[in-house]
Ligand binder design. Structure first.
Ligand code: MOS
Length: 750
């Protein structure tokens, strides 16, 4: 059979995004772009003080604006649940969830205090500017440092976030006895997510209690659950759609203000309502909290770590105890017998922080990896050598084995790619014109989760496959990889396969977060396809004169749209023939993925990486340029090298932002974020980015997930800022421990 080629290997192929054309031609619709008949527009009015009470809200002038339909305030808000537990969502931290317009209380600057609804966006915005609020102002604090003495250990732990492990060994004594010691403090500024797409909801009123909600979210079912719980609606009457999501980085994990407002107004007015946040308002829906890290390390003469202590303090709001795994990494990244870690919170008059790309690790590992660099420099051991010597072959926090850890390959391949051999161990010893040149590196680590997820696979008589699950694609490539997985499993070309995601009515999925979607939803799709193959094979076997009559499923392969015998590919049937013979218009099967609890008693899974950076620092101006960054990641099986690489590129760019640019600046006297715009909140732009090389080292992991996939959404940011900071030290001899490393910190003598 000449034309019968064994291709169908979609997994591992660098494939363009299947939805790419829709996106670049503007046909992909985002939440605030869906039309609805008689649509109303809501604009949120934000508080301008950080603490206190609203004494009076003047709305007369605003109400008089032509086109205004209703102004909602705490005095006339629509019906909504009262109890905290009704406001919880899948990823909520412990505490009292924020309930917009619940009372006259102001908890943070920028808090929504009214919603103006009008028949045009312009009228709503105009009227919103005319709402006058009067406050009884109370003292506030937005400054983490000022409240550090009040830091507390959160009494209730956030589900899914492991608290710091119990101390092991005698860290303090080992530190005191250490021949080489380092004790440093690092500060990492608060950051805001700033995805391209503004948060928006188009709530289509389909009749009493029945809504179709186009929503910017990382979890359609999380938003659906929130809406039904807060407004007492039936699940079957609320459908949330998020086909395309213009980035989110964690800010779309929890249902945000616009969802509440659009739904509340829609139910009260019995009309369709759209609410979008402004760029400035997006600075009040959560952020990466600022953190302080006190790190103390000791090592012996050979560079072996004898003590690790890491105490972190992070910001949270007055109403929720937001938590991340910040310090845990310091207990597992390297082998060390004496470890003591702590993580405490400080309440500030801000919105509750929220997960931002590699929450916890991005800051905790950053601080640790700077400290490791400082210590290795002190002992005069090469930073790569130091890390290799201290390699941890198991997770010493839990005593579990890693399902895989090809970190040493990351060090090796990353070092080769950056040309680590060119590095001079002496800071400030390489110069080109008036630019100082340096090389630095760091280790990265992030969880490789497998979450519960479900999927459906449907094969139709025309030989087309549709795989579906309520996953979201926040730019990560989920649309594409799920289609690839389906195609690969049934041996179909990619253009015969469609993925369906971004809809709460599809099979159960967690939020798109934690880098778990490829592994979890991908494995569920694979399971659904396996079930489908089984059914299909049964029909193939049953056909009259079937060439597969004597065969078992395990003897068969699915390639090129056919099911064939492994040992004799000529004995085959096309999937279409089988469907026709069985007189089936379609076969529908379901599949599931879930963590293997038995295995989890012994094993734990992480993605590992090594980041290498080369910097050039202008000696006179302090301007830092990064001509090259290499990120070598060990992430198990790579489904789509193209979208996978894009994930690392994005993570590395955000790491550069953390290193050099990103910083949410608050005027603590006013308790106000001052740079709430893209003009003043700096994210790296093209001019800040040069060569980013992504390496996926070989790693086979049959335990981590049925697909062998680890996930890549977050690992790219972890360690990147430290690699840059360490390179800056190597270039300049200046150790900056306060992130971002803006040029003033490099030219001013402290
Ligand atoms: Mo991620 S911070 O779990 O979207």
């Amino acid at each position: 059979m000449e034309a019968f080629q064994t291709k169908g290997h979609e997994i591992g192929r660098p494939t363009n995004r299947v939805e790419g054309e829709l996106k670049v031609t503007g046909r992909a619709q985002y939440a605030a772009e869906y039309p609805a008949p008689d649509l109303l527009y809501g604009v949120i009015v934000s508080a301008t003080v950080a603490a206190g009470r609203i004494t009076n809200l003047e709305v007369a002038e605003a109400s008089a604006v032509a086109g205004v339909v209703r102004i909602f305030t705490h005095e006339n808000r629509g019906k909504a649940a009262w109890l905290d537990r009704k406001w919880r969502d899948e990823v909520a931290p412990p505490g009292h969830p924020f309930r917009p317009l619940h009372s006259d209380r102001i908890l943070f600057d920028g808090q929504p205090i009214a919603l103006v609804v009008a028949d045009s966006f312009e009228a709503a915005r105009d009227a919103a500017s005319l709402v006058r609020a009067h406050y009884e102002i109370e003292p506030h604090c937005t400054e983490l440092e000022a409240r550090r003495s009040e830091a507390y250990d959160p009494p209730e732990k956030r589900s899914g976030i492991p608290p710091p492990p119990a101390p092991r060994g005698e860290a303090q004594r080992a530190f005191d006895d250490g021949p080489h010691r380092l004790s440093s403090e690092y500060r990492i500024s608060a950051e805001h997510h700033n995805p391209m797409e503004l948060f928006g909801t188009t709530c289509v009123f389909e009749g009493p209690g029945k809504l179709t909600i186009y929503e910017k979210t990382q979890g359609s079912q999380n938003s659906q659950g929130f809406v039904t719980s807060v407004f007492g609606l039936k699940s079957k009457n609320v459908r949330v759609i998020n086909h395309y999501v213009g980035g989110a980085f964690g800010s779309g994990l929890r249902p945000q203000q616009q969802l509440f407002f659009a739904v509340m107004a829609s139910l009260e007015l019995k009309r369709s309502v759209r609410v979008t946040l402004t760029r400035s308002q997006m600075f009040y829906i959560g952020y990466r909290p600022d953190t302080y890290h006190a790190i103390a390390l000791a090592a012996d003469e050979t560079g072996r770590l004898t003590s690790i202590m890491h105490d972190a303090v992070a910001a949270t709001s007055h109403y929720e105890d937001y938590q991340e795994a910040v310090v845990n990494w310091s207990g597992m990244m390297y082998h060390c017998d004496n470890v003591k870690l702590s993580y405490n919170l400080v309440k500030l008059n801000t919105a509750t922080p929220c997960d931002m790309r590699a929450p916890g690790a991005a800051v905790g590992v950053n601080a640790l990896e700077c400290a490791i660099d400082e210590l290795s420099h002190q002992i005069n051991v090469d930073p790569v050598e130091f890390r290799t010597v201290n390699f941890a072959s198991m997770d010493e926090n839990t005593g579990k084995m890693f399902t895989s850890k090809a970190l040493l390959s990351c060090y090796r391949e990353g070092a080769a790619a950056i040309g680590w051999g060119r590095r001079s161990a002496t800071p400030r010893s390489r110069k080109d014109g008036h630019e100082l040149i340096g090389l630095g590196m760091a280790t990265g680590m992030w969880d490789a989760f497998l979450m519960k997820a479900a999927a459906q696979a449907k094969l139709t008589a025309d030989g087309l496959l549709e795989v579906s699950t309520a996953a979201s694609d926040i730019g990560t490539g989920t649309w594409t990889i799920l289609a690839q997985i389906g195609a690969d499993n049934l041996g179909l070309p990619l253009d015969s396969v469609t993925a369906k995601i971004g809809d709460s009515s599809l099979p159960t999925s967690p939020v798109e977060g934690g880098s778990w979607t490829a592994a979890s939803n991908g494995s569920a799709v694979m399971a659904a396809c396996e079930a489908l193959k089984k059914t299909l094979f049964k029909h193939a076997k049953a056909m009259t004169n079937s060439p597969l009559a004597q065969a078992e499923l395990s003897d068969a392969v699915f390639v090129d749209g056919r099911v064939a015998l492994k040992d004799d590919l000529a004995r085959s049937l096309s999937l279409k023939e089988v469907m026709q013979a069985a007189e089936l218009s379609e076969i529908v099967e379901k599949g599931k993925a879930a963590p293997n609890l038995l295995q989890m008693r012994k094993y734990i899974s992480y993605t590992h990486s090594a980041v290498f950076a080369e910097v050039r620092v202008d000696e006179d101006l302090g301007v830092v340029r990064i001509p090259k960054i290499v990120c070598a990641a060990a992430a198990g099986r790579i489904i789509n090298p193209k979208t996978a690489r894009s994930q690392i590129l994005g993570g590395v760019v955000m790491g550069i932002g953390m290193a050099l640019h990103e910083e949410s600046m608050t005027d603590h006297r006013l308790g106000k974020i001052m740079n709430h715009s893209l003009a003043e909140y700096h994210v790296p732009v093209h001019a800040d980015i040069a060569d980013i090389k992504v390496i996926f080292v070989d790693e086979t992991d049959e335990k981590v997930s049925p697909l062998g996939v680890k996930g890549l959404g977050e690992i790219g940011i972890v360690g990147t800022a430290a690699a840059v900071a360490n390179a800056i030290f190597n270039a300049t001899g200046r150790r900056v421990r306060d992130f971002p490393i803006t040029l003033d910190k490099l030219i001013v003598e402290y």
